[in-house]
Write a protein that binds this ligand. Structure first.
Ligand SMILES: [Mg+2]
Length: 342
């Protein structure tokens, strides 16, 4: 008898899984509807206006450490990571659904804090909670969030529109959240954290969805492809490459990193470039821009946000090939971004 190995989910990986099952569904979609494969689904709504929908699942022990993160931060972050997907396409969020499976014995004060954290961000971003589902859980906390938003169809940016020659840019520092997570896992007591360490931990627990940046950038015709940085640029760039049938060249010395991350990398012996390129959960935006218009866009962006728009690489015509360069020499990166099944 042949010893035929049965394919397991970890053999496919998250993106193998999605591509295996998605085509059967995307093929049947009516015209004008975008389904699986981008940060949000896009549906026709009113004239040029489109409805954007995104959803995310957060599980104790997988996406957060229930024993470590405060309920205030967890409530905030559950909403933030979803709003980041809305920002990625240039959408304005409006409505949310929250479903939550709660283990027995959960204290009401814990839930009060969770919802206080949620409301802090919901109020700031104009998001109304419309419903959801609640149930008991025998295996830890499970949170599912759905966000609905809107955008002018002409100003939505997709992962599929990068072109060879485009400049690749990001709207924020990379690696802070990963640095924060590494510190959290060291179990350093709160009162022993140095200011730069506290900064990184905060960046992990309280990411800011780049909604204004996303809306601004999506309205600029020179911006071609856009997504948010959730799994780390090493992993996220591959999504753009796959959808746009292109490759990317990244210049490691151009990755924007905070002085806090530099300090901590030195102190703990982290590979700064690896943390910046492969670390996830920064929730800034990753975009590609028509090369001849990049300087002008960076200027407009600076005038509007008082921050630079760092260029980190260039789109190439080599489909599926992601290359890293350091001072013009090609190098390989130690660690790949986050995959949910590996
Ligand atoms: Mg995303």
């Amino acid at each position: 008898m042949k010893n035929k190995k049965r394919l397991k989910i970890e053999d496919l990986g998250e993106f193998g899984f999605i591509s295996r099952f998605s085509s059967g569904f995307t093929r049947m979609l009516p015209p004008g509807v975008l389904g699986i494969g981008d940060d949000c689904a896009v549906l026709p709504w009113k004239g040029q206006k489109k409805l954007l929908v995104t959803t995310d699942l957060l599980i104790d022990g997988v996406h957060f450490l229930g024993g470590r993160i405060s309920p205030l931060n967890l409530g905030y972050k559950s909403l933030a990571v979803n709003l980041s997907d809305m920002a990625a396409m240039g959408g304005r969020p409006g409505w949310a659904f929250l479903s939550i499976a709660i283990p027995p014995g959960t204290e009401i004060s814990w839930l009060d804090e969770f919802f206080r954290g949620w409301r802090q961000l919901a109020r700031r971003t104009g998001v109304h909670l419309l419903g959801g589902d609640t149930t008991g859980s025998r295996n830890g906390l499970v949170i599912n969030v759905v966000i609905l938003g809107e955008a002018d169809g002409r100003h939505i940016r997709y992962r599929s529109s990068a072109r060879p020659g485009d400049i690749v840019a990001v709207t924020g520092n990379l690696g802070d959240s990963e640095g924060g997570l590494r510190l959290i896992l060291k179990n350093i007591p709160d009162n022993k954290l140095k200011p730069e360490e506290r900064y990184l931990v905060k960046r992990h627990y309280r990411p800011r969805p780049h909604l204004e940046e996303g809306q601004f950038l999506a309205g600029q015709p020179e911006v071609r492809a856009m997504m948010d940085v959730s799994d780390g640029i090493d992993s996220d760039l591959r999504r753009i490459m796959e959808r746009s049938d292109c490759g990317v060249r990244i210049f490691l010395e151009q990755l924007p990193v905070s002085s806090a991350l530099k300090k901590c990398s030195q102190k703990y012996g982290w590979n700064l470039e690896e943390v910046a390129a492969a670390g996830g959960e920064d929730y800034c935006l990753l975009l590609t821009v028509a090369p001849e218009k990049f300087a002008g866009l960076a200027e407009k962006y600076f005038r509007r946000f008082k921050r630079p728009l760092p260029a980190i690489g260039q789109v190439t015509a080599e489909p599926g090939v992601l290359r890293y360069f350091k001072n013009q020499v090609q190098v390989s990166l130690g660690k790949s971004g986050f995959d949910h099944f590996r």
